[in-house]
Design a protein around this ligand. Structure first.
Ligand SMILES: Nc1ncnc2c1ncn2[C@@H]1O[C@H](COP(=O)(O)OP(=O)(O)OP(=O)(O)O)[C@@H](O)[C@H]1O
Ligand SMILES: Cc1ncsc1CCO
Ligand SMILES: [Mg+2]
Length: 285
């Protein structure tokens, strides 16, 4: 599956404009903190702690709920759902599909994080079943997005990416067009596309790759920004902008080590304001 990214119509000037993104982020961040949306997480054992703490820091209300006997009931009163296939097993896949189907039926936005897509048949089959339930957003690293898009060249090392987001840009656009989902590819540059519009942001810090589950926690933050009526593309841009700027600022607070960075990052997410995001967000062509 290949699509020339240069064939995407130019995004509206306003959407690529730093000031416009900053203003939009401010509005969305304030609304999120006011609404404190319940975010239903079906996520992996590694990511549960960081995802829950990151959601609390940004102002959402996290719940980690994965038993098949309760996911349909739970998602029905949640603001958004995130499904992350990081530590997969057969009973979990059935619960994930049931939750995704319920979210779809009820019009509740949901995010798919296809951790390790392409690595094993179990993962690829799970991704196919989940994609059939129409995620609102798919967020993955470059190797994962290449794999989900069925594109050549994915070079993952387990759950870590072996590709840059530039290599996955065309696949992300093609995946968005084919699936109807907004696609977010993370890396040194984060790319957000709905197949028509595309924004690339270059915030974050390389230390984020030395703390496990920072990508998983971003998927949860995207879900928090999707809660309530919203343009999924703009909500995803706002989530990625806030997260990336918090990461960049946290690197100044930390002493260079991943463990202090993790703490500083959660603190930055709790304190971050619209002005900082508008001032610091880095939009790239
Ligand atoms: N080289 C880099 N420089 C700056 N920020 C980065 C870099 N690589 C990744 N990031 C940031 O780290 C976060 C996680 O992205 P990443 O692509 O590592 O996700 P992931 O591989 O799914 O992570 P995980 O599976 O551990 O949750 C994103 O916010 C992204 O912007
Ligand atoms: C390390 C790891 N293994 C399965 S999921 C996960 C968290 C990062 O994706
Ligand atoms: Mg990941």
């Amino acid at each position: 599956m290949t699509t020339d990214p240069t064939s995407i119509p130019a995004i509206p000037a306003a959407a690529s404009d730093v000031a416009a993104i900053g203003a939009d982020v401010g509005r969305r961040l304030a609304a999120l903190r006011l609404a404190r949306p319940l975010v239903h997480n079906i996520t992996n054992y590694v990511a549960m702690d960081l995802s829950a703490n990151v959601l609390l820091a940004i102002g959402a209300s996290p719940a980690m709920v994965h038993a098949i006997e309760e996911v349909e009931e739970f998602v029905a009163f949640s603001g958004a759902l995130v499904i992350n296939i990081g530590t997969l097993s057969a009973p979990w896949i059935d619960a994930m599909v049931a939750a995704a189907a319920a979210a779809r039926r009820k019009g509740i936005p949901w995010v798919l994080d296809p951790v390790g897509a392409g690595a094993t048949t179990l993962r690829d089959r799970a991704v196919a079943r989940l994609m059939a339930e129409k995620p609102t957003v798919v967020r993955g690293n470059a190797s994962e997005i290449l794999a989900v898009a069925g594109a050549a060249g994915a070079a993952a090392k387990g759950v870590d990416s072996g590709n840059s987001s530039d290599e996955a840009r065309a696949a992300a656009v093609a995946l968005a067009r084919a699936s109807g989902a907004v696609v977010v590819v993370t890396g040194a540059v984060d790319v957000i596309t709905d197949g028509t519009r595309l924004v690339a942001l270059a915030d974050g810090d390389p230390l984020m790759t030395r703390v496990t589950a920072t990508g998983c926690a971003l998927s949860a933050v995207v879900a928090a920004f999707l809660a309530g009526p919203s343009d999924a593309f703009a909500a995803a841009v706002a989530a990625v902008a806030v997260y990336g700027v918090a990461g960049r600022l946290a690197a100044f607070d930390a002493d260079g080590g991943p463990a202090t960075f993790r703490t500083a990052f959660v603190d930055r997410l709790a304190r971050i304001g619209a002005e900082e995001v508008a001032f610091a967000v880095t939009v790239v062509p």
